[in-house]
Design a protein around this ligand. Structure first.
Ligand code: BF8
Length: 660
């Protein structure tokens, strides 16, 4: 029966069933047992002072309802949303801060375990930051870049560096409404101040602050993190890999890297191919060492090294239940504390590595960038030592899908014209001609409150059928990867004729895996490049583009939704609206934001309606831009010119990673 389906993925569902038969509880069971608190869906709760919590529910959930201090419903709702956006911004940005300090440590020669991998990208970023790089020592340039980014966190006045990467018109809108972010930490602190008891009570003003702090996330934290990770570990280009639970190997030591910060994982990638370590694994009876990932750390090492992924957020407990994971190494964010409970039933060891993220019941081996290799070796050896303990039977259900990931801004530019003619012209032209109806960013978490990953799969197939090109990130990418949608072959069977033609010509899947959640910043820079290219909108607002997070659950997702809305993208989130109780706030975030920024943040639980709304936004944008009306089935017989350079590059990348 439909209501008993917990995951949209058959293999995940089989593992859940196996767990139920063996008395194991997962997030899926807890989601069914624990009904969500109705406050939020049908009212609001204010717990920012100790006169409350004030529960504005039932007959008190009217716009006129007030808390003890007199705060009306709209104030409470918008204040809660602002706090969520600030928390999401803090998470992404603290990750970015760590990346900036790592680059600084590398430049200062304080760590020998990392190096600058992409010098070209370092120079590109230095150019944007107006840092001289010609003829200078690489480390000097890197030091200046790191220092300038570190200033973005503590700046008190002015604007964060990357504001200038947005189209001029987009920047003008931010200035007009006073939401240009100054410094990341300043915006987070101000958001916390303004939501304190007795400070900002105006819903519109509070929501503008939510946009400002979120812009500090998108054009600050996320973008800084993406660029610094590319500089340190390499800018991604297409790579072939695999996804789902079948990535675990019965006869090898299975190590999973899970979380968000890729630094330790990068070194682990290196260590597992050390012949001495492999010999050590063999001495314990294993045939080798198999490294896989989960959530966004997975996306990072997948894009750069073809390391396979076991999937997104809701797959973490299920991975343990296969009985095949010897060590699950976690860093920060989206790590379920339930992991240590479920791992007690198996031999799996959960290893926490950040002082910021400890879990009772886990083993803590603290990561330190100054002795990264030593820590990585300790973790890998620990996993190897645990391999002989793999006695308890797990579900052992295995299946996997091939995928292609690693579509960075730089590669997308390159694939449309090669090294000498790299541009976004062909994409803009294909949209203008109506071959591609529009572009959707399919992002965000997977959620056990819906058949997990099911909404991503539904929207992915329906959108490409409608000639919509998808760029995906985070667990949206993982959901598509596990479903087998990230290949030219598999997904092209479902793509509309116009989109198929473009994908065939370039040799790309119709769903482009752009990376981790912080890599939503790549969508911002791609949209800015499309605006600059001309022919569509001259700002991000007004493009036939929509952002969707159908299964979102994290505070980080709200920050992302807000920064896309402020940048000019209509955004649709699945699930119940956290601001539904207030019509005033809902109107501000939809109609008013659209008038001011051409972006919105809509909550819509029905996936069919999400699809309808998305296509409507795209078609209306086409109409406003006065470009050719989209006609389904018009293309398909015609052929666009094949870009051989890009095609050869893709084939080369595929060959290089064949056999992974
Ligand atoms: O940062 S999509 S569940 S893993 S929050 Fe978390 Fe959501 Fe996944 Fe990546 Ni993003």
């Amino acid at each position: 029966m439909a209501e008993n389906i917990k995951s949209g993925n058959k293999i995940a569902e089989d593992i859940i069933k196996w767990g139920e038969e063996h008395g194991m509880e997962t997030c899926f069971d807890r989601a069914q047992r624990l009904k969500p608190c109705p406050i939020g869906a049908t009212g609001a709760c204010c717990k920012i002072c100790h006169m409350g919590p004030c529960r504005l529910v039932g007959k008190d959930a009217e716009e006129e309802a007030r808390g003890v201090c007199g705060a009306p419903l709209a104030t409470v709702v918008s204040r809660n949303l602002l706090r969520i956006a600030a928390a999401g911004t803090a998470a992404h940005s603290d990750h970015a801060r760590d990346m900036a300090f790592l680059l600084l440590a590398v430049a200062n020669g304080e760590t020998k375990d990392f190096k600058i991998t992409d010098v070209k990208k370092l120079y590109r970023v230095a150019g944007i930051l107006e840092i001289e790089f010609e003829g200078r020592d690489i480390n000097d340039v890197a030091r200046d870049v790191a220092t300038k980014f570190i200033e973005d966190f503590g700046r008190q006045k002015g604007e964060i560096n990357y504001v200038k990467r947005a189209p001029a018109k987009t920047q003008e809108r931010w200035k007009k409404w006073g939401i240009t972010p100054r410094g990341i930490d300043r915006e987070v602190t101000e958001a916390m101040h303004r939501t304190n008891i007795g400070v900002d009570h105006d819903p519109d003003n509070l929501l503008l602050c939510a946009l400002k702090v979120s812009l500090a996330d998108g054009w600050g934290g996320c973008m800084i993190s993406t660029d610094l990770t590319d500089i340190l570990f390499g800018t991604p280009s297409p790579v072939k890999a695999e996804a789902s639970f079948g990535i675990f190997k019965e006869d090898e030591v299975n190590i999973i890297v899970h979380g968000h910060e890729p630094t330790l994982a990068e070194i682990i990638v290196d260590v597992v191919s050390d012949p001495e370590i492999i010999e050590y694994a063999k001495s314990k009876g294993a045939k080798g060492i198999n490294l896989g990932g989960m959530c966004c750390t997975a996306n990072e090492v997948l894009m750069r090294h073809g390391i396979p992924t076991a999937g997104g957020f809701t797959n973490q407990e299920l991975g343990v239940m296969t009985g095949l994971i010897d060590a699950l190494t976690v860093d920060v964010q989206c790590i379920m504390p339930a992991l240590t409970e479920i791992s007690k039933k198996f031999h799996t060891k959960v290893i926490t590595t950040s002082y910021k993220a400890k879990i009772p019941g886990a083993i803590h081996i603290e990561y330190d960038e100054h002795r990264a290799r030593e820590v990585a070796k300790e973790i890998v050896k620990f996993a190897i030592d645990n391999f002989p303990n793999r006695k308890v039977e797990g579900s052992h259900i295995t299946d996997k899908s091939p995928l292609i990931a690693g579509f960075s801004h730089e590669y997308i530019e390159y694939m449309q014209g090669g090294s000498w003619r790299a541009s976004f012209r062909p994409l803009n032209d294909a949209i203008m001609a109506g071959r591609i109806r529009g572009v959707v960013g399919l992002a965000g978490c997977d959620n056990p409150r819906v058949p997990a990953t099911g909404l991503h799969r539904f929207l992915a197939t329906e959108l490409i059928k409608n000639d919509v090109l998808i760029v995906s990130t985070g667990c949206g990418s993982a959901a598509c990867g596990v479903a087998g949608y990230l290949t030219p072959e598999m997904a092209l069977e479902n793509a509309g004729p116009g989109l198929r033609e473009v994908c065939e010509a370039i040799g790309i899947p119709p769903i482009l895996h752009l990376g981790a959640c912080v890599d939503n910043s790549r969508i911002l820079t791609i949209a800015s490049a499309m605006a600059e290219e001309g022919g569509l909108s001259d700002e991000i607002g007004g493009m036939p583009a929509v952002g969707i997070a159908p299964e979102w659950m994290s505070e980080k997702a709200i920050a992302i939704g807000c920064y896309f809305a402020a940048s000019g993208v209509p955004v649709i989130f699945g699930g119940e609206s956290p601001v539904e109780a207030s019509e005033e706030v809902t109107k501000l975030m939809t109609e008013v934001w659209f008038e001011r920024f051409m972006g919105t943040l809509i909550f819509e639980p029905n996936p069919e309606k999400i699809l309808e709304l998305t296509l409507d936004f795209i078609d209306k944008a086409r109409e406003r831009l006065k470009i050719r009306k989209y006609e389904p089935g018009k293309f398909g017989a015609e052929r666009v010119l094949m870009d051989m350079a890009a095609r050869r590059e893709l084939e080369r990348a595929q060959k290089t990673h064949k056999g992974l």
